[in-house]
Design a protein around this ligand. Structure first.
Ligand code: PLP
Length: 393
């Protein structure tokens, strides 16, 4: 008992939100074995991979079994073929990227969690509510966090107005998980302008960019000067259904000027030391997903989910209940009825409609009183859930 652990782990919540939800649902099921539960809490994709992606996985796996085409350790930053595919993917939205700024990873969560390795002791600003990895990874390394509060007045899209002019590290997520709220061009520009003026660094999470249906920026690099102030972390998890395949990418521009050293060089060094790269078959599958045909097939799946999001949004519009998301996001974030807190509403919904969602409080204090449901279930189950909600709300 002499070895000290990292005390910072005392500052993070012990139980992971979704294991706790599953526990509550399983308890309910045990007492109500006939309940037909519909899960709208799912933050994971449910449709199978498009065939061309599976074919690419199989083909590349077979290459690994042949002497002439076998490959050992992959490059830590990704093979050129997949980095080129990412560069082309950005070209489709008129963003030009340097090949050396692209780092292939096993997903956005790893990079968002690991980026703290190369940052010193800075002021950290994180939206509240938001995807919990930004908060937990900063707490694990002992950083003090300031929150950018989301609320109905700002439509859960906090802006820089009111912040001091000291340089800071700012996390942004658009489209946001859990609120689905998406920054438009002017709003995102106000963040980039602020970072440029104050010498701040933005860590921009665009994991849900493929769900954007209007002209909101799908990359922060659509904004002038963003390459000087922002790192972008993204993923094929939601775009191509890769949550179980694992592939993402992070853009660390060579032009970045916010930091006192080259972040691109440091990230290279960090990845070369602690990361072994993504397996060859997975990188070939990702290449297939980012091909013109692959994008089209992935978009068919996204459009399926977005039809659910449309039905859910239509229901909340009809009821006049405040919500964000649903338009450029698989998430719908709505206000709990009658001032209920979000865990009470979770139980109320589970018991009276047998529908499972995610309490907003699980994503930050400013999520209290709100609730997240998702569009990753089937059309049939989503319709049925809406019928049940109609009777309750
Ligand atoms: N960023 C956000 C906002 C997410 O919601 C998620 C996953 O749900 C991730 C990143 C992680 O994605 P990945 O599967 O690429 O690790």
């Amino acid at each position: 008992m002499n070895i000290k652990i990292n005390d910072n782990f005392n500052n993070i919540r012990e139980s992971y939100l979704f294991s706790y939800i599953n526990k509550r649902v399983n308890e309910y099921k045990k007492n109500h074995p006939n309940a037909k539960i519909i899960r709208l809490g799912i933050g994971d994709v449910t449709l199978p991979l498009p065939k061309l992606i599976v074919d690419a996985l199989v083909k590349a796996s077979n290459e690994m079994g042949v002497k002439d085409t076998f490959r050992g350790y992959p490059p830590e930053y990704g093979y050129d073929f997949i980095k080129e595919a990412v560069v082309k993917y950005y070209k489709n939205i008129n963003v030009s990227l340097d090949l050396d700024s692209v780092f292939i990873s096993d997903g956005a969560k790893s990079d968002l969690g690991n980026i703290v390795d190369i940052l010193g002791d800075n002021d950290i600003y994180i939206p509240n509510p938001v995807y919990p990895v930004y908060v937990d990874s900063n707490l694990m390394s002992g950083r003090k966090i300031h929150y950018l509060n989301g609320n109905e007045a700002n439509n859960f899209l906090p802006l820089p107005s009111g912040l001091d002019n000291n340089p800071k590290v700012i996390y942004l997520c658009s489209p946001n998980n859990p609120t689905g709220a998406t920054y438009n061009y002017d709003e995102l520009k106000s963040w980039v302008d602020y970072a440029y003026k104050t010498g701040s660094l933005i860590i921009f999470d665009s994991a849900y960019e493929a769900f954007i249906t209007d002209d909101s920026p799908r990359s922060i690099y659509k904004i002038e000067h963003a390459k000087e102030v922002a790192i972008e972390v993204s993923s094929l998890s939601k775009m191509a259904g890769f949550t179980g395949v694992r592939c993402g990418y992070t853009i660390v521009p060579l032009e970045l000027t916010s930091c006192d050293k080259s972040v691109n060089k440091l990230w290279k060094r960090r990845q070369a030391t602690k990361f072994n790269g993504v397996s060859y078959p997975v990188q070939r599958a990702a290449e297939a997903a980012l091909s013109d045909k692959g994008i089209k097939e992935c978009m068919d799946n996204i459009n399926y989910y977005m039809e659910n999001a449309r039905m859910l949004s239509e229901f909340f519009d009809e009821k006049g209940i405040f919500y964000t998301g649903g338009k450029s996001s698989p998430y719908i974030w709505f206000k709990c009825p009658n001032g209920m807190n979000s865990w009470d509403f979770f139980d109320y919904l589970l018991q009276n409609a047998n529908v499972v969602g995610t309490p907003g409080a699980g994503f930050g204090t400013f999520g209290e009183g709100y609730f997240r449901i998702t569009s990753f279930n089937t059309h049939e189950k989503t319709k049925e859930a809406i019928n049940r909600l109609r009777k309750l709300l």
